[in-house]
Design a protein around this ligand. Structure first.
Ligand code: DUC
Ligand code: ZN
Ligand code: ZN
Length: 479
């Protein structure tokens, strides 16, 4: 199976140049101007278009069992919607129930994901702690290609990781050469504020952002960062939604700490007024955590991306339809948290990032694929158009435009948070594993086309505690 893209401009995170790209059996074999068309190769004309690494969405939740229901988008429909938007890989989350062995949950998610039609990988959440979790983390890193572990600092009485769990898990991650990630919100504060708001009679979605103030993110971001600092583990903060969280990242990075931050397309573009919409269904459709914020935070997040203080973009794609959201009609804390976006991320970031001059084309590639591939250790196999890399490519037509709508999107959800948004710049073709999977509105996919991507561990590091012990810990006073 061979394919050649002719006449486009190849855009990588560091450089752009006019070049044809030839691929065979899923791997890029040649890049150069005026390549000859090998006999039998399928030809894609990319004149006037950009040839970029396929998007990697490092934060999705396909068919997640959550808050008493199951996300409506499964691994097949979700990866298909991603391909339609130029995204060729997702990193989803295995989320064990407390007391469930990590390996059991991991095998369950692997089974669900077999129907994916684009490549996928998994972060694994640490929601509880015992010796078995310690052992399973080792198996996941050494045998299964998992190099990142997630910690939910919110969702008290469910999946929340307290400081003790984080201490144990962060310390184990250092030994294994893994990176830790965190959903940074102070779960106790959120829990107490939810109770208080309900007692005050505030039962509607307008109470959702009030129960999760920016300070709750700032505090948790700082706590995760400080734990990671002492333990000496690299940390990736998912869905940074506030200036408060971003400021903690900036401070830590200036101090030399390996801390990374992710921005969601939704947080960059939607503000908290959506929760005050008079129609319950519309307001509830926007309920996700952390919530959409006041505009000042959007400005900060854009600046964070522009300056490199935030490195990646994602969606937290987690779909619940109106009938599922209705579970919280009389109590906002029961509205399943989640919104969609895997199909729209690239188009909205191009439109509001590149077309506005906030990001260059190369920076767009950095924040939509290359940086994620680097942080999660699959670069340059993914996130780069290079000889030897996987042939996961989006051919991007900067002139194509559309109006985003739930009526026409491919995502399996009855609502789109970007409804009515005009976007200019869309994929004309998406190639995944060297095969054309999407062309001008049509998907050419089958269940199981995608592969599980192992992510190797980083060089295991000594923990800061070990180093401190060797270097500077005082010897006990003898009496
Ligand atoms: N936030 C959401 O909105 N949904 C899933 C999990 C999360 O942290
Ligand atoms: Zn989260
Ligand atoms: Zn999430």
């Amino acid at each position: 199976m061979s394919l050649i893209i002719k006449g486009g401009t190849v855009v990588n995170a560091d450089i752009s140049k006019p070049a044809d790209v030839y691929m065979e059996n899923g791997i890029i074999k040649a890049i150069g101007e005026n390549l000859e068309v090998p006999s039998g190769a399928e030809v894609i004309d990319a004149s006037g278009q950009y040839v970029m690494p396929g998007g990697i969405d490092p934060h999705t939740h396909m068919q997640l069992p959550f808050m008493g229901t199951v996300a409506s988008e499964d691994f097949y429909t979700g990866t298909a919607a991603g391909l339609a938007g130029g995204t060729t890989m997702i990193i989803d989350f295995v989320i064990p129930d407390p007391e469930q062995p990590l390996m059991d949950a991991y095998k369950t998610w692997r089974g669900w994901a077999e129907k994916s039609c684009a490549d996928y990988s998994f972060h694994v959440a640490v929601t509880w702690w015992n010796e078995g979790v310690h052992k399973d983390m080792g198996t996941l890193v050494r045998e299964e290609g998992v190099n990142s572990f997630k910690h939910f600092m919110a969702y008290k009485n469910a999946i929340m990781a307290d400081d003790e769990i984080m201490y144990n898990s962060f310390s184990r991650a250092v030994e294994l050469g893994a990176i830790v990630t965190a959903h940074a919100e102070n779960g106790e504060l959120v829990f107490q504020l939810q109770k208080k708001l309900l007692e005050m009679g505030m039962t509607g979605p307008e109470a959702h952002p009030l129960s999760r103030p920016p300070a709750a993110e700032g505090e948790a971001a700082n706590r995760a960062i400080r734990l990671a600092e002492v333990i000496g583990v690299p940390l990736y903060l998912v869905h940074v939604s506030t200036k408060d969280g971003l400021d903690e990242i900036i401070r830590a990075r200036l101090a030399g700490q390996r801390v990374f931050g992710e921005a969601l397309a939704g947080h960059l573009l939607i503000d908290d007024s959506v929760y005050r919409h008079p129609d319950f269904a519309t307001a509830a459709a926007h309920v996700m955590s952390p919530p959409f914020r006041e505009k000042l935070h959007q400005d900060a997040l854009w600046k964070g991306l522009q300056s490199g203080s935030l490195q990646t973009t994602a969606t937290d794609h987690c779909c619940f339809c109106a009938d599922q959201k209705a579970a919280g009609k009389d109590d906002f804390t029961l509205i399943p948290n989640g919104t969609a976006g895997v199909e729209d991320r690239l188009a909205v970031l191009w439109t509001h990032g590149v077309s506005t001059g906030r990001l260059t084309r190369e920076e767009f590639v950095a924040v939509t694929s290359a940086n994620t591939a680097k942080i999660f250790n699959i670069y340059p196999r993914k996130g780069r158009i290079a000889v030897g890399a996987d042939a996961d490519i989006v051919v991007w037509d900067p002139e194509a435009h559309k109006t985003i709508s739930a009526k026409t999107h491919k995502q399996n959800i009855d609502f789109n948070i970007f409804e009515g948004m005009e976007v200019k710049g869309l994929p004309s073709h998406t190639i995944s594993g060297g095969k054309l999977r999407y062309k001008d509105g049509e998907l050419m996919i089958e269940k199981g086309d995608g592969n599980y991507i192992k992510r190797p561990a980083f060089q295991p590091m000594f923990s800061a505690l070990d180093l401190a012990a060797k270097a500077k810990m005082p010897t006990p006073v003898k009496r």
